[in-house]
Design a protein around this ligand. Sequence first.
Ligand code: ATP
Ligand code: MG
Length: 238
Amino acid sequence: MLEIKDLTLRYGKHTALDGVSAEVGKGEMVAILGANGAGKSSLLGAVGGRVRPASGSIRYQDQDLLALPQHLLVEHGIALVPEGRGIFPAMTVEDNLSLGALPRRAQAGAAARRDEVFGLFPKLAQRRGQIAGTMSGGEQQMVAIGRALMSAPDLLLLDEPSLGLAPIVAQELFAALGRIRAGGLTIMIVEQNAAATLALADRAYLLEAGRIIGAGAAEALRNDPAVAAAFLGGALTD
Ligand SMILES: Nc1ncnc2c1ncn2[C@@H]1O[C@H](COP(=O)(O)OP(=O)(O)OP(=O)(O)O)[C@@H](O)[C@H]1O
Ligand SMILES: [Mg+2]
């Protein structure tokens, strides 16, 4: 579904991505793991059309993604939940979700999709009239993911959804991601919570200073002592 080849991305003189290649198959959940500044958001942002690479290619559903204007990506089924959520804080939960359904591809079936989102995140149903900016961090993350799902995506891009959440809330979030994944949606996720992410993902890429330094099945990476030492802060705990 997604084929990233030899992607290089620079901010001025700083090279954030240096010849990155990665693939995501249909229905797969693929994680990008790496420390702060490794280039994770840059990689996701390049796929989401937010930043423009200097060279390399991205093919998405047999199209040249870099040739598509950013505003059309959502019509092609790409939904990005950026780092820091990007909800509309002054609007209600319900209005945030409705905005997600604005793309043409998402208008038919929006009501049913909203019910699915409410099923996935019952708290959003209870709080549908609440101003989104007054929700807790975890709830705002649910709004952001819910809004992305409202756009009827084929590929969901998640940038550190568990960032800043208390462990128990992060756990709930990962449980919801597990249900989304079980629904067959293709997911590319950037996370620092490597243990929880590897428990859920099919495969992962390890990014360090803009380069892929490892890749493999999530299960194998979970049991790799070198990975545990570098990304999991020692022994793996669930
Ligand atoms: N707009 C920008 N201008 C200049 N440098 C940038 C810009 N965005 C990112 N960078 C730099 O590029 C590198 C990669 O940044 P990126 O945000 O992709 O990392 P990350 O892996 O997502 O980090 P984090 O875990 O902290 O979110 C960093 O060194 C960062 O300072
Ligand atoms: Mg980031």
